[in-house]
Design a binder for this molecule. Structure first.
Ligand SMILES: Cc1cc2nc3c(=O)[nH]c(=O)nc-3n(C[C@H](O)[C@H](O)[C@H](O)COP(=O)(O)OP(=O)(O)OC[C@H]3O[C@@H](n4cnc5c(N)ncnc54)[C@H](O)[C@@H]3O)c2cc1C
Length: 385
């Protein structure tokens, strides 16, 4: 099997790398300190101009139709410089893909165009609730039909880009009497809709420029035409789109892990102890060998899942395997990179400290590692049933 990139994919990867080097890397540390948020938002607009907010969106709606492999490459390049920007881009693409997959023609024309042009700085994906995380089918937010409107009530938590997203895709229970997961529908809610209130901005361990917030719905009335897909069939949409999102998070983790290891590799060639470069010590050489091998394996799993998605094949198990492996190996890579820097690894002046915090969430959001193992093993057992 040949995973060589096409000329177009190489060009897109190069564009993302240049943008990351010039616009993201210089401010990543200040974003981590809560500064430069305006520049962060300007960068999101520029990413839209580059076509990176609608990578799988059709041209007629303003997208670039570059495919999932290109999407993975872009997210990895962005994450090497700034994980916050990468996750915002990844989730916005996922929101765009939900709208493209199940939205009406009018919804696509209105909202996809705004995502792709940057008129919406980002899209928000509202699934998680206080009592429904790994088990989102247990959600409590309701949407009750009232004439030609739905009235939403309930709270979502940990929503990426809550403070600046222009539109949210929101899941809510429309048939409380249906079996679990069967009575849930998916809606489009614009950020300025009365009754949609952004709550607490979470103070996080890492990825700090990506604003993670509560989103409350208090008698939030939306036109019935904001329903996406069929009523009561919305949960399958979430499950399907999360699989694509996992390629994004795996790619993001890979980028952080690569950046940490690349930094550590340079560092050990320069710093000397016992009269020689640290790179001469086999203990550190083996860390390099093991971590780069694992990251390369993660990259291949991601490419396989992305190729399968682009080919219209079932990619759910592959995406979960790629996300599980990439996020856990990237965490290990950041841990070892920090170890290779010694005390300097723990000091904020060096970027590995930030990377080690930024990478931690990748094995938690878009389904924890445990949830990925559930999905993978369920699929494996189904294959022989
Ligand atoms: C920074 C950040 C950004 C996020 N962005 C978004 C977003 O944009 N949109 C959105 O909808 N959500 C978002 N989330 C939510 C995220 O997807 C959830 O936090 C995640 O799915 C885990 O849910 P939980 O936090 O409720 O943990 P829980 O489900 O309570 O899990 C706690 C622990 O129990 C384990 N566990 C749970 N069930 C099982 C089981 N059956 N078997 C074994 N172990 C199990 C979990 O793996 C985990 O280790 C975000 C979260 C964070 C922190």
């Amino acid at each position: 099997m040949d995973f060589s990139l096409t000329e177009e994919q190489l060009m897109i990867q190069d564009m993302a790398k240049k943008f990351a080097d010039t616009e993201l890397a210089p401010i990543a540390a200040s974003l981590d300190e809560g500064k430069n948020h305006d520049k962060f938002l300007v960068n999101l607009n520029q990413l839209a101009e580059l076509g990176f907010m609608g990578m799988n969106v059709k041209g007629e709606y303003g997208g670039v139709e570059a495919g999932t492999v290109a999407f993975s490459l872009v997210i990895t390049e962005l994450a090497k410089a700034c994980a916050s920007t990468a996750v915002t881009t990844s989730v916005t693409n996922m929101v765009a893909e939900v709208i493209q997959a199940v939205g009406t023609e009018e919804q696509k024309e209105t909202h996809l165009t705004k995502i792709c042009t940057g008129e919406y700085k980002a899209g928000g994906f509202c699934l998680t609730e206080p009592s429904a995380g790994s088990d989102p089918a247990g959600m409590k937010t309701t949407a009750v039909k009232d004439g030609d409107e739905y009235v939403l009530n309930g709270s979502k938590i940990y929503i990426t880009s809550g403070t600046f997203a222009g539109v949210f895709v929101v899941w809510a229970v429309t048939d409380p009497s249906a079996p679990k997961g069967k009575g849930i529908s998916c809606f489009l809610v614009e950020a300025n809709t009365p009754g949609l209130n952004i709550g607490k901005l979470e103070d996080k361990m890492g990825q700090k420029a990506s604003h993670t917030t509560e989103v409350h719905f208090e008698d939030c009335r939306i036109p019935a035409s904001n329903l996406m897909g069929q009523e009561n069939k919305g949960f399958a949409i979430a499950v399907g789109e999360l699989a694509g999102g996992r390629i994004g998070v795996g790619s993001l983790a890979l980028g952080i892990g690569m950046a940490a290891m690349d930094y550590a590799r340079e560092f050990i060639t320069e710093r000397k102890q016992f009269g020689q470069p640290l790179a001469n010590f086999q203990g550190l050489q083996w860390m390099l060998a093991d971590r780069y091998t694992e990251l390369e394996a993660a990259r291949l799993l991601l490419m396989q899942a992305a190729c399968d998605k682009d080919a219209g094949k079932n990619f759910s198990k592959g995406a979960s395997m790629a996300k599980l492996f990439a996020s856990e190996k990237a965490n290990q890579a950041c841990y070892d990179a920090l170890q290779m820097l010694g005390g300097a690894g723990y000091i904020k002046e060096y970027p590995v400290e930030r990377m080690a915090r930024d990478v931690r969430i990748t094995s938690i959001y878009e389904g924890t590692s445990e949830v990925q193992r559930i999905i993978i093993s369920r699929e494996l057992l189904r294959e022989i049933a």
